[in-house]
Design a protein around this ligand. Structure first.
Ligand code: PLP
Length: 362
């Protein structure tokens, strides 16, 4: 294989249990498995989470939900970002639960739904006043089973935005409860409010994605210490196609972006930006070769990446190196790659392309 990822399902399960311990029975857990479980594989990850007792799973669209049902996933499935009106009633056909994000759609809901309030994210969700929400929900043909919102800046403890969003959400919830329309589920927290213990945002259901895959983003401002011991579940490897020695002064790759200062040995890896290695790692990032960091030299190209292995003479063609993972006390995770590439860890994980084969390990 040229390049592949190894996904540890026991790490996924352990991360789920860590979330479970952190929540301590205060809320149910709805792991987010959208975007093919952040490239970890939605079906296998969902099976592992279901075996751990996850009562709900969240996906982005109907196709993702149907794929899970076809794989015999029985947990409740929330479809967070799709259209409600369909030609067929896929919602009841596949037992999927829609998120309604506009009051205009409430009369069209044929099955129990979760209503999303835009409390300040400025993305999906209704921005209607609480009394308008109450009126629409009361008149709707189906039951509002859940009320939800999503935070824009939960990791920024210098910003009042999350507190303001909580106040708006509470206002909508209180109005519904006062009208006798208390939802069974109330949820607003993804990974960050769980990891940093913002209990007033949990409601009775939380929606962690990143944490399930082993990540908690750093916070800004006066944040509490995160208390969620999770670890990456995915290791990304690439084969070494060739190893060669270059003389001092040799140029490497497109644009001659790197010049060998001294005689150097390089290895050519069978992975490039078409596999998801960010092009911005050109001349910048590193990989792990035989338990040591080996810098990326020259431009990352579509199918190939060159690394400096001068200090790793034992590496040979046919060996594998790690683009993401840990070996010999050295680790590279998606957050480090993201910092070097000027992006976010979510995008690094989701950017691992479909041609990178996935292998499951325990
Ligand atoms: C993706 C998503 C989540 C999960 O976010 P993480 O930061 O990965 O935990 C939760 N809720 C909604 C609405 C999302 O879109």
């Amino acid at each position: 294989m040229r390049s592949w990822v190894e996904v540890s399902l026991s790490a996924i399960r352990a991360n789920y249990r860590a979330v479970h311990r952190a929540i301590g029975g205060a809320a149910e857990i709805m792991p987010v498995v959208k975007a093919d479980a952040y490239r970890h594989g939605a079906i296998e990850v969902s099976r592992a989470l279901e075996a751990e007792g996850a009562p709900w799973l969240a996906v982005s669209n109907i196709e993702e939900g149907i794929a899970l049902r076809r794989a015999d996933i029985r947990a409740r499935i929330l479809v967070m970002a799709d259209f409600l009106p369909r030609e067929r009633d896929v919602w009841s056909e596949y037992a999927l639960t829609p998120v309604v994000h506009s009051l205009a759609d409430v009369p069209l809901a044929s099955v129990p739904y979760h209503l999303k309030i835009d409390t300040g994210m400025g993305r999906l969700g209704t921005r209607a006043a609480p009394w308008e929400v109450v009126r629409a929900v009361a008149a709707g043909p189906a039951r509002m089973e859940g009320l939800m919102t999503h935070f824009a800046s939960p990791a920024n403890y210098s910003s009042p935005q999350t507190a303001e969003q909580i106040v708006k959400f509470e206002a909508a919830l209180q109005a519904l409860c006062a009208a006798g329309l208390r939802p069974r589920y109330v949820h607003s927290s993804a990974t960050i409010p769980v990891a940093y213990g913002r209990r007033d945002a949990w409601g009775n259901l939380v929606r962690p994605g990143h944490a399930v895959y082993g990540y908690v983003s750093p916070a800004r401002g006066p944040a509490p210490t995160p208390a969620l011991p999770v670890g990456p579940a995915l290791t990304w490897k690439a084969a070494v196609l060739a190893v060669k020695d270059l003389e001092a002064g040799a140029l490497i790759g497109y644009g001659g972006m790197h010049r060998a200062e001294h005689p150097m040995r390089i290895a050519v890896l069978a992975a490039g930006y078409a596999d998801g290695i960010p092009h911005r790692l050109s001349n910048k990032g590193s990989v792990i070769a035989k338990g040591k960091l080996a810098p990326i030299v020259g431009a990352v190209s579509m199918d190939l990446t060159t690394i400096d292995v001068t200090s790793c003479p034992e590496l040979q063609a046919g060996d594998a190196v790690m683009l993401l993972g840990s070996q010999g006390g050295v680790a590279i995770d998606a957050q480090q790659i993201a910092r070097q590439a000027g992006t976010i860890s979510y995008s690094v994980l989701c950017g691992i392309s479909a041609r990178v084969k996935r292998v499951y390990v325990d």
